[in-house]
Write a protein that binds this ligand. Sequence first.
Ligand SMILES: Cc1cc2nc3c(=O)[nH]c(=O)nc-3n(C[C@H](O)[C@H](O)[C@H](O)COP(=O)(O)O)c2cc1C
Length: 155
Amino acid sequence: MRAKRSTLIHLIYFSRLNLAADAPSRTRQIGEITRQAQKKNEFSVITSFLIIDQNFAAQIIEGERASVSDTFGRISNDPRHRDVQIVEWREILKREFVNSFTTGVRGPVNDGLFQKANLLPMFQRGTPKGAAIHGLAVNLQAESMTKQGIDHLFV
Ligand SMILES: Cc1cc2nc3c(=O)[nH]c(=O)nc-3n(C[C@H](O)[C@H](O)[C@H](O)COP(=O)(O)O)c2cc1C
């Protein structure tokens, strides 16, 4: 008999970032978060995608139940953001994100995808939909993989 796989879940939350207003400091702070998160997520076999639109953040965290729970426990206590709210938490059959930690920051290159998802008004009302966050993250990942020429590996 095949061994039962441990339970995979994904957790989606959103928050308001407490980052610096000037672009260079903000980029440096996002770089620091990325370095910490990549290392920890690799160790815990977590895959994730973080969306940043103005001062709003939304992240999808995938992995084994206990690892996701530990990771989210740390993230929710981080003073670099506030008003951390869970949007969705459920079992999944397979992972959808390929990296331990990728960030999609809204900018000129990907603005079309952000506009299509239209998350900003939902963030402002405090009611972003899990499906909208998830859809945008999947599209941002797909666009970035196409640019790198590796999209055929992940169909
Ligand atoms: C928006 C945001 C997303 C983050 N994402 C992760 C993540 O995916 N994994 C992670 O381990 N830490 C993440 N962090 C950093 C954690 O909050 C924490 O600082 C880090 O895990 C180190 O924790 P420690 O100081 O308790 O060891 C994130 C922080 C912020 C502000």
